[in-house]
Write a protein that binds this ligand. Structure first.
Ligand SMILES: NC(=O)C1=CN([C@@H]2O[C@H](COP(=O)(O)OP(=O)(O)OC[C@H]3O[C@@H](n4cnc5c(N)ncnc54)[C@H](OP(=O)(O)O)[C@@H]3O)[C@@H](O)[C@H]2O)C=CC1
Ligand SMILES: O=C1O[C@H](COP(=O)(O)O)[C@@H](O)[C@H](O)[C@H]1O
Length: 491
């Protein structure tokens, strides 16, 4: 009999031998084992269509764990214990007759049932229907689905409807792995546990916000997926808009999933539409050409393995988003994300307005804005740039900008920051939905992103080129410079 408060579970992993499962999900489950968080009765059924038996599947998983877990965290005995929890089932997900085997594996249910669909989104509805047909789920079953939910608003509605025919919303755990990152969750603590910031968090005190999610990697052999998606669907529709929501939302009344999601949805609904007339001033779209990465030459996007030479898919997007409400009126959110940028770096910069009356050296006026730099990855932490008097008898009242620095690994002596998937799997086991995305969030995000894509398609304009290893097209710098600002560079 399932006890909703217990974390004991039977986890059915569909797509268990695919890239995501091997690279992220099994390593995360192993880390939960290492942390002692996996209930001793929890079991895992790895489901895929590779013709292997359980012993062979365990061997494959062991090899992949060795590849993806840091050597000092890989403990042979513990891996062995972990793999004893895993059974393997060969199944073509489209074959309804195969699903009876899932009930046989479960036997008399003892823990909560978690179904993880690490599969192409087209499979979500198929699996849900087949599980229902085989009476394999109850109304307590928790179902985890990966992003992207669809390709646009219309297709996401189809997927959500298909899932909704079988499961209630409170059974669905839609993953956006950025919400599982410790530093992203920390945005909630930063904003709502520190009155210092809470009282300064609006258009009276903030001039603009920057969000950068830069990757140094290219598309990593994922042409088939990426070329149909592009950076706007792959990153902006989900991760970047979630970050924007967490920065911009009003205080939720409590930490419950729906209180937080309600506030995020209000932000998404308040995003100003980017009409065709606004495209030139508000959106830059780029595609990398050959260049360097980590000092080595790398091909351009059109030179990647499997490339269609005529592709106009974007690998970089910079946007100026505006939120039409009282809190944020007149405060642009400049967001940018791209592949093959100079480094892997995710950070949010809150630029505060200068003091209302400036009395110092006019030549130093450009320094007089406090900035809060929130480093999401790597080197997780934050830094508040404040102004002080320069030291020394000869300096008069010259100003100097310096950081109040909080580097999590040093201050809190954290020996390791858990991967996002560890946190997310653990929350599913506990039945907490607050780090998962509700249907209306997904759909409002698509609605906003779809209009930009429509405008691109209507204009027929190709993406602007940028060399791999640079910060994107020059036009993305011009976009922010026109407003008298610049992308933050730590000096
Ligand atoms: N990989 C990543 O880094 C990320 C992935 N995602 C999402 O996660 C999901 C999984 O992605 P990923 O792991 O990369 O994809 P893969 O194609 O590597 O894995 C999907 C798995 O599902 C199996 N599968 C597909 N159709 C069937 C079927 N009819 N019957 C049985 N097995 C089937 C595939 O088997 P076969 O190999 O035989 O086709 C494969 O093992 C996708 O929704 C993706 O968008 C999200 C974020 C990042
Ligand atoms: O979802 C995705 O995210 C990764 C970036 O994630 P991160 O945790 O490494 O920042 C991105 O590379 C991938 O294209 C996208 O599908």
């Amino acid at each position: 009999m399932a006890d909703n408060n217990s974390t004991r579970c039977d986890l059915m992993m569909f797509g268990a031998l695919g890239d995501l499962a091997q690279r992220k999900l099994f390593p995360a489950l192993y880390q939960l084992e290492r942390s002692g968080l996996l209930d001793s009765g929890s079991r895992i059924l790895a489901i895929a269509r590779n013709k292997v038996d359980t012993a062979e599947a365990r061997k494959l998983l062991q090899d992949k764990l060795r590849e993806h877990v840091k050597p000092h965290e890989f403990d042979d005995a513990l891996v062995e214990t972990f793999l004893q929890r895993v059974d393997y089932l060969y199944l073509d997900f489209t074959d309804p007759d195969g699903y009876g085997a899932l009930n046989e594996w479960r036997g008399t249910p003892e823990g909560n049932l978690i179904v993880y669909m690490a599969t192409p989104p087209a499979m979500y509805g198929v699996i849900a229907r087949n599980l229902k047909g085989a009476n394999c789920c109850t109304d307590q079953t928790r179902v985890v689905v990966e992003k992207p939910i669809g390709h646009d608003l219309a297709s996401s509605k189809v997927i959500n409807d298909e899932l909704g025919e079988v499961y209630r919303e409170d059974q669905l755990f839609r993953i956006d792995h950025y919400l599982g990152k410790e530093t992203v969750q920390n945005l909630i603590a930063l904003r709502f546990a520190n009155n210092l910031f809470a009282s300064q968090w609006d258009q009276n005190h903030i001039s603009h916000v920057e969000i950068t999610v830069a990757e140094s990697v290219g598309i990593e052999g994922r042409w088939g997926y990426f070329d149909k998606a592009g950076q706007i669907r792959d990153m902006i529709q989900n991760h970047l808009l979630q970050l924007l929501c967490l920065i911009a939302m009003d205080p939720p009344s409590d930490l419950s999933a729906d209180s937080i999601r309600d506030e995020k949805v209000k932000v998404l609904k308040a995003l100003r539409e980017i009409t065709p007339e606004l495209m030139d001033s508000h959106v830059v779209r780029g595609q990398y050409t050959a260049g360097t990465s980590d000092g080595k030459p790398v091909p351009g996007y059109l030179g990647e393995e499997g490339a269609n030479k005529g592709s106009s898919t974007e690998t970089f997007v910079a946007l100026k988003a505006e939120i039409e409400n009282w809190r944020w009126s007149g405060v642009p959110f400049y967001i940018r994300t791209g592949k093959r940028l100079p480094e892997k770096l995710s950070q949010i910069i809150i630029h505060f307005k200068p003091a209302p009356h400036y009395i110092f050296d006019p030549d130093q006026k450009h320094l007089a804005n406090n900035k809060l730099i929130i480093r999401l990855q790597p080197d997780e932490g934050m830094s508040l740039k404040i102004l002080t008097k320069d030291q020394g008898l000869d300096k008069g009242m010259r100003l100097r900008q310096g950081p109040l620095e909080l580097t999590f690994s040093e201050t809190f002596d954290a020996d390791r920051i858990p991967d996002a998937y560890e946190r997310l799997l653990w929350e599913v086991m506990k039945g907490n939905q607050y780090l998962f995305v509700r249907r209306d969030e997904v759909e409002h995000a698509w609605r906003w992103v779809d209009q930009v894509i429509r405008n691109w398609n209507d204009s027929g304009e190709p993406p602007k080129r940028y060399a791999a290893g640079t910060w994107g097209p020059v036009a993305s710098i011009a976009m922010i410079t026109r407003d008298g600002r610049s992308w933050y560079e730590d000096a």
